[in-house]
Ligand binder design. Structure first.
Ligand code: APR
Ligand code: PHB
Length: 391
């Protein structure tokens, strides 16, 4: 098998890349180790930055998002039983975000790719990427019980945090930067309308809580829990009681409860793999970087990477210049580290670490105080949350 761009992984990064390349007249093949149903059901965060919304629209992949997505012009911060709203458009010159689940983005992109696009092979596991330093890198893969080789001009590893593409970068040139947080998130989906019309991020002495949504009838919510928590250990009423405590306010706000339909625990870590390119092998999305979910940046960073790659490849085709491809890693890493910084700041400002001291608590309150009283600090949060324009 031969193609211009071999794409490993059909998460949002790989799927969007295939679409961008197809629209630009560049052929690709996507290899995905899981089956379609699995990819379409995986629960992930659901906040699309302004730049991501714009890219999906330009790519012709936004019809359902524009019908069903919920535009949000702000978030609420809760602490000390108080509420503070951050008004995104007012602070950023008109930028906002869209609430539309990542699973739905994937479903839309898969449907488009299968209707009009290059091959998208499910249950096709990439085993190794070879020849990164040559003009013709290859992906060895297994599909329907048979081993095969995909010959490419370029390989893009969009194969997530446990993928194989990363191994194509030799150990002596790669560096990994990591931080594991001493807590995780217990996430639930519940068949009950959201209790607030925007997302609520709450700092509480008992730990962080987040109130989100998937639709006008489905609530998504999270509780900070110890990292080794088993979701099955939490009863439904216990979860609602804990959300109630951590989200409590001095006004008449109340939490709506309903049947919980899914429960899972997500670990929290930051991870960056540098560089994001070796020869003709490129890394994009979770394959190169993980952020804790507090800033809702994971999907948006993946989008930034593949947009940068697609534009660089189009430039090479149109002008013969490799300059943008060569700058790929540096261009993406600058954005990645801004997202790491923001996600780290949001996470440590809002979570209560085991062993936190009264000093740590005071620092958190001072940070929240700054955001709620200094326009520059609040604007910094709003700009980082809604995302910077893609260059
Ligand atoms: N061969 C083929 N496919 C593979 C292989 C392999 N060896 N290893 C992993 N994959 C597939 C996974 O099954 C998955 O479908 O690669 C895909 C990677 O997709 P994601 O994990 O969704 O990563 P990405 O597309 O980078 O999206 C980033 O995902 O984790 C969230 O918060 C993150 O929202 C962000 C988004
Ligand atoms: C979600 O709705 O899943 C979600 C929202 C905001 C976050 C993280 C997750 O910061």
């Amino acid at each position: 098998m031969r193609t211009t761009v071999g794409i490993i992984g059909a998460g949002p990064a790989g799927l969007l890349l295939a679409r961008l390349l197809h629209n630009a007249g560049i052929d690709s093949v996507v290899l995905e180790t899981r089956d379609r149903a699995y990819v379409e059901q995986r629960q992930r965060a659901g906040i699309l930055e302004q730049g991501t919304v714009d890219v999906l629209r330009e790519a012709g992949a936004a019809a359902r998002m524009d019908r069903e997505g919920i535009p949000h012009d702000g978030i609420e911060l809760r602490f000390d039983r108080r509420r503070h709203r951050v008004d995104f458009p007012a602070l950023t010159g008109g930028r906002s975000v869209m609430v539309y689940a990542q699973t739905e983005v994937c479903k839309d992109l898969i449907a488009l790719q299968l209707a009009a696009g290059g091959p998208l092979l499910f249950e096709a596991e990439a085993l190794a990427v070879e020849g990164a330093g040559t003009e013709q890198p290859r992906v060895r893969f297994r599909h329907q019980g048979r081993e095969d080789v995909l010959e490419c001009d370029y390989v893009v590893g969009c194969d997530g945090s446990w993928g194989v593409a990363r191994k194509a970068v030799p150990a002596d040139v790669s560096r990994v930067f990591e931080r594991t947080y001493p807590y995780g998130w217990l996430g639930i989906l519940a068949d009950v309308p959201p209790s607030h019309d925007e997302l609520v991020y709450a700092r509480h002495d008992r730990g962080f809580a987040l109130l989100s949504m998937r639709s006008p009838t489905v609530t998504r919510a999270y509780l900070q829990v110890p990292a080794d928590t088993d979701a099955a250990d939490w009863g439904d009423e216990e979860i609602w009681d804990e959300l109630d405590r951590r989200l409590e306010t001095d006004d008449a706000w109340t939490l709506k409860r309903g049947p919980i339909t899914a429960k899972s625990v997500t670990p929290m870590r930051s991870h960056v793999h540098e560089p994001m390119r070796h020869g003709r092998v490129f890394l994009a999305g979770d394959a190169a970087h993980i952020v804790p979910p507090t800033g809702a940046k994971g999907l948006n960073l993946a989008v930034g990477d593949v947009v940068t790659f697609a534009r660089a490849l189009v430039e090479r085709r149109d002008t013969g210049s490799d300059a943008r491809l060569e700058a790929y890693s540096a261009t993406c890493l600058r954005r990645v580290w801004q997202a790491e910084r923001f996600s780290y700041a949001m996470t440590t400002m809002l979570h209560r670490a085991p062993g936190a001291t009264p000093f740590d608590d005071r620092i958190q309150f001072a940070q929240l105080d700054r955001i709620t009283t200094a326009r520059s600090a609040e604007a910094d949060l709003a700009e980082s949350y809604t995302g910077f324009p893609l260059d």
